[in-house]
Write a protein that binds this ligand. Structure first.
Ligand code: AMP
Length: 439
C-alpha cells in the first residue's frame, strides 16, 4: 500500500516522499482514514511506530482543506499535547517537515526556556500548537494564547502524561477548549486511569491498535549480569571496550547518578554525556545530536529524559541500575530493536536490586537469562542494602519526587505519588502544599 491511496493532498505527499517514507506504517494505515473522516480516535501505539505522522498528516490535510472560521489573527486550530520537551520538539519538527508545502504555521512551546519569544510568536498567529501542559497553561494564564477555536486535540503519550502527574493540567486545558472538536488519544498502555480519561474525552471513538511494543519486543535479546555495585562502572567500560560498542544508551535511576557515570566513563576514555531533567534544553539537544552523529558513544539518561527520544535502531541499551517501576524496564528496552534491527538490552544487577529484578520478571512473565562475566562475579559476602534515593515510600506530607523533580521543567507538573520512582535529591522535591494547590 502506498501513501497515495490514503486521500492526502499532493503537497502533503510531496513532503512525505521527501522524508524518504515509501509506504505507511500499520498505525498510519489505520489512523489516517479515521482522522480524515473527522472521527475521534483511541490509538495504542508507542514511539517508533510512526504514530506522529499517523496523526499529523491527516490533521494537516483537514486544516489545509477547511477554511478558517474567524477573520484576523490565525487562531490555534490544532493542539498537540506531549508529556516531555523532547517529544514536543520532535513532534514539532515532524509537523514542520510535513507541512512544508502548506500554508500553515506551527509552533512548539515548552517549559525551561524563556516564555517571551513564545508569546511573541503566538501573537503572530499559529495554526498548530505543540505544547507541554505546564507551559501551555502559563501561556493561557497570561492571555498569550486563545484555545477557543481548537478543532483538533491530540494527546500524545497520554499514559506518560498521567504518570508524570499532568492529569489536572490536562483537565484545565480541556476546560479552555470548545466542546465541539475532534479528539485523538495516543497511548502505549491502557491503565484504568487512561480508560477513564478516554471515556470522558472521546466521543464514539474508533480504536486502532498496533503491535504493542511494551510486551518486550522479541527482537531484543535481554541479559542480566550480576555484579557488585562498586564494580558496575568497571564492568560497563570493559564490555563497551571488549565488544566495541559504538552507540549505547545507559539508564540510571537518578540525575546525579547519570552525571557521575558520564564523568567516570569519560575518565575511562569513553565519550559520554548525561541527559536528564536538570540539564538545559540546549545541553540536552546537543547531547542527543552528538550521540546520534556518533560524536559520543554513550548517552546516560534517566527514565523520563529518555522518554520520547527518537533514536532509531539503537543497538545497545544498558540498565546500569534497574528502574524502581517494572514498566520502566519495558520502556527502556523498547529503545532498542526497533524496526528491522535487533538489539541487546543488558542489566547490571547488584545484590540490592534482586527484588526489583524479580518484579520485572514477574511483569515480563519470564526469567531474564543471567550471564556470568569472568572476573566480575559478585562477592557473596556482600549483603543487600536499601537503595538510596529510591526506595523510600513517599510521605504524603512531603510530596514525592519522581526522580526527575519537575518533569521536563513544567512548573505545574506534580508527579503522581507512588512509591515507584526514585526521588533524586531532596531539593527536587516540591512542597506538598504547592502541589495540592494545583490539584
Ligand atoms: P514516531 O513513532 O512517530 O516517533 O516515528 C518513528 C520514526 O519513524 C521517525 O523517525 C519517523 O520519521 C519515521 N517514520 C514515520 N513514518 C514512516 C514511514 N511511513 N516510513 C518510514 N519511516 C517512517
Amino acid at each position: 500500500m502506498s501513501f497515495d491511496s490514503l486521500g492526502l493532498s499532493a503537497d502533503i505527499l510531496r513532503a512525505v516522499a521527501e522524508q524518504g517514507y515509501r509506504e505507511p506504517t500499520p498505525v498510519q494505515r489505520q489512523a489516517i482514514p479515521v482522522v480524515l473522516a473527522g472521527r475521534d480516535l483511541l490509538a495504542s501505539a508507542q514511539t517508533g511506530t510512526g504514530k506522529t505522522a499517523g496523526f499529523t498528516l491527516p490533521l494537516l490535510q483537514r486544516l489545509s482543506t477547511s477554511p478558517v472560521a474567524a477573520k484576523g489573527r490565525r487562531p490555534v486550530r490544532a493542539l498537540i499535547l506531549t508529556p516531555t520537551r523532547e517529544l514536543a520538539a520532535q513532534v514539532g519538527e515532524n509537523v514542520r517537515d510535513y507541512s512544508k508545502y502548506l500554508n500553515l504555521r506551527s509552533l512548539v512551546v515548552f517549559g525551561g526556556v524563556s516564555i517571551n519569544p513564545q508569546m511573541m510568536k503566538l501573537r503572530g498567529g499559529v495554526d498548530i500548537l505543540v505544547a507541554t501542559p505546564g507551559r501551555l497553561l502559563d501561556l493561557v494564564h497570561q492571555n498569550a494564547v486563545d484555545l477557543s477555536q481548537v478543532e483538533i486535540l491530540v494527546l500524545d503519550e497520554a499514559d506518560r502524561m498521567l504518570d508524570m502527574g499532568f492529569i489536572h493540567d490536562i483537565r484545565r486545558v480541556l476546560a479552555k477548549l470548545p466542546p465541539k472538536r475532534q479528539n485523538l488519544l495516543f497511548s502505549a498502555t491502557f491503565s484504568d486511569e487512561i480508560k477513564t480519561l478516554a471515556e470522558k474525552l472521546l466521543h464514539n471513538p474508533e480504536s486502532v491498535e498496533v503491535a504493542r511494543r511494551n510486551t518486550a519486543s522479541e527482537q531484543v535479546s535481554q541479559h542480566v549480569h550480576l555484579v557488585d555495585k562498586k564494580r558496575k562502572r568497571e564492568l560497563l567500560s570493559y564490555l563497551i571496550g571488549r565488544d566495541n560498542w559504538q552507540q549505547v544508551l545507559v539508564f540510571t535511576r537518578t540525575k546525579h547518578g547519570a552525571n557521575h557515570l558520564a564523568e567516570q566513563l569519560g575518565k575511562d576514555g569513553i565519550t559520554a554525556a548525561a541527559i536528564h531533567g536538570n540539564k538545559s534544553q540546549g545541553a540536552r539537544t546537543r547531547a542527543l545530536a552528538d550521540f546520534k552523529s556518533g560524536g559520543i558513544r554513550v548517552l546516560v539518561a534517566t527514565d523520563i529524559a529518555a522518554r520520547g527520544l527518537d533514536i532509531e535502531e539503537l543497538p545497545h541499551v544498558v540498565n546500569y541500575e534497574l528502574p524502581n517501576v517494572p514498566e520502566d524496564y519495558v520502556h527502556r528496552i523498547g529503545r532498542t530493536g526497533r524496526a528491522a534491527a535487533t538489539g541487546a538490552a543488558l542489566s547490571l544487577v547488584c545484590v540490592d536490586e534482586h527484588k526489583l529484578l524479580r518484579d520485572i520478571e514477574r511483569l515480563l512473565k519470564r526469567e531474564i537469562p543471567r550471564m556470568a562475566i569472568a572476573g566480575y562475579e559478585p562477592d557473596p559476602s556482600i549483603r543487600a542494602e536499601p537503595i538510596q534515593n529510591g526506595r523510600q515510600q513517599p510521605s504524603r506530607g512531603r510530596g514525592a519526587g519522581n526522580g526527575q523533580g519537575r518533569p521536563q521543567g513544567d512548573r505545574r507538573a506534580a508527579p503522581r505519588q507512588h512509591s515507584g520512582y526514585a526521588g533524586d535529591n531532596a531539593r527536587s522535591r516540591r512542597p506538598a502544599a504547592k502541589k495540592q494547590g494545583i490539584a
